[in-house]
Design a protein around this ligand. Structure first.
Ligand code: FES
Length: 106
């Protein structure tokens, strides 16, 4: 199972395992990772699953879709490496992925 490390805004690391085909948001919720709220349950309609993708992973994770970009406008402290974690599907290529959660959601 691919490993994903969530780092909170204070720098605390939480490594979790994610199922291939699930989303990074689902891995966070399943493992009780604080800082990922996911109010809409993954419908790209709330922006409370916002994460920052680590620089070394941005090219592999890829760009957000137009719909995701529009929803990111509602997120707090958006940066060039911002993504909605419900829109990142876990693949074997993402084993080792590192994302940071923002100071707050929404
Ligand atoms: S869970 Fe709502 S946009 Fe990702």
């Amino acid at each position: 199972m691919p490993q994903i490390t969530f780092i909170d805004h204070a720098g605390e690391k939480r490594p979790v395992s994610g199922d291939v085909g699930a989303t990074v948001m689902e891995a966070a919720i399943k493992n009780g990772v604080p800082g990922v709220v996911a109010e809409c349950g993954g419908a790209c309609a709330c922006a409370t699953c916002h994460v920052y993708v680590d620089d070394q992973w941005t090219a592999i994770v890829g760009e957000p879709s137009h719909m995701e970009e529009d929803m990111l406008d509602f997120a707090f402290d958006v940066r060039p490496n911002s993504r909605l974690s419900c829109q990142i599907k876990i693949t074997d290529q993402l084993d080792g992925l590192i994302v940071t959660t923002p100071e707050r959601q929404g």
